[in-house]
Design a protein around this ligand. Sequence first.
Ligand SMILES: Cc1cc2nc3c(=O)[nH]c(=O)nc-3n(C[C@H](O)[C@H](O)[C@H](O)COP(=O)(O)OP(=O)(O)OC[C@H]3O[C@@H](n4cnc5c(N)ncnc54)[C@H](O)[C@@H]3O)c2cc1C
Length: 422
Amino acid sequence: MTRFSAWSVFWNGLTNQMGWKPQWRTPELKADYDVVIVGGGLHGLATAYYLAKNHGISKIAVLEKGWLGGGNAGRNTTIVRSNYVMPGNREFYERSLKLWENLSFDLNYNVMFSQRGHVTLLHSPEAIDAAARRYNTMRLTGSDAEIWSLEELKRNIPHLNYAADARFPIFGAAVQRRAGTARHDAVVWGYARAADKRGVEIIQNCEVLGVTRENGHITRLETSRGNVGVKKVGFAVAGNTSLLWEMAGLGTLPIESHILQAFVTEPVKPLLDQVLVFGVGGANFYMSQSDKGGLVFGGDIDWYKSYAQRGNLPIVQDVAECALSIMPCLGRVRLLRHWGGVVDMSMDGSHFICKTPLDNLYLNAGWNYGGFKASPGSGWYFSDLIANDRPHSDIVNHDLKRFERGHTIDERGAGPDPKLHG
Ligand SMILES: Cc1cc2nc3c(=O)[nH]c(=O)nc-3n(C[C@H](O)[C@H](O)[C@H](O)COP(=O)(O)OP(=O)(O)OC[C@H]3O[C@@H](n4cnc5c(N)ncnc54)[C@H](O)[C@@H]3O)c2cc1C
């Protein structure tokens, strides 16, 4: 496989770009594997990569029912941050952010990680107090965090609605400078290429249709390309987790599948250097500017359960209203397109990386709005769990039994309502 370097770019420029090879192979499904990861999104690919790289496991397959990146991996608004406060979450997301910081180098693929800063607007003195508590905790536990005064915010982002009589007047902002964005499909391709290079077999158009169990152990998966024998299986299917769980005969999960939409406007000149977040009460809106100039917007989930990868009009209105209320100068900018993805909302807003009632099945799920930034960390911790058959100390509470124990990991203190875990 071609190694990307300044020299290879230069050489291919001289030779009519004829020297590039396919980025990964297209193997046939084998009769059996040591580890099969179901789901070729970012979490599945990252897990396979770290299983091969960190744990030396070589007979690994990733089974993907469609094409790589066709799920949420290629549909998200690409925000990366680690401003979490709950024990376990903060260690997990900080490790993930550190992996992001070295990812292009590690994968030898430019994932366009841009640490442009993540700015959460604060709309009351109480919101400043709450943010100070969260951001001080982040600093005390080894992350970076700042609170900006109104003057500092105005200097950095001059185009916001600073009117004192605005519906939600702005008082300041909570900022994480190391946070930012990355190009989502580059991350998919980078992980796929690097995993393939280490021997992982990536099988696209291969849907898992059935699970054969014997005495609490999965022996075989039935797929649209034939049956495959397995020693260990990892589910990393995001919005489809409940379907696979049912296939394995395990009943129901504390997860609901909801649609989350993203929006992009026509390109405009550079207007916003940071990721900007606006949230008051249950409302949730975020915005950044892509390298092409389009403003990328995200809002709330569609508030009804669905497996359809498309959105609806009320959220379009909701998101447009939020955009205009914080940045009125966008009034004449046109929305170009919007799309939807199926997110797996857990009942406390936190994820699951855990063992399951079956001794060789491992679960990676419950990513809510936030699994893109989690991808490197998720792959790192999930591969560690699969290889060593025990959870790392940072994720011991990220299991399914935490609800039975009364140990929920509720970042927002919002209770068991997926709508409120944005
Ligand atoms: C609109 C939107 C905006 C978002 N914005 C952000 C953001 O800004 N920041 C952030 O951190 N997170 C964000 N997220 C969340 C993030 O994208 C997801 O949490 C994350 O991508 C989920 O992990 P994944 O990449 O592995 O999922 P996916 O890419 O969905 O991968 C799961 C894969 O499993 C495959 N699959 C399902 N069933 C089967 C089967 N039976 N057999 C084989 N394969 C199967 C699917 O085809 C899919 O490719 C957003 C999500 C959406 C929808």
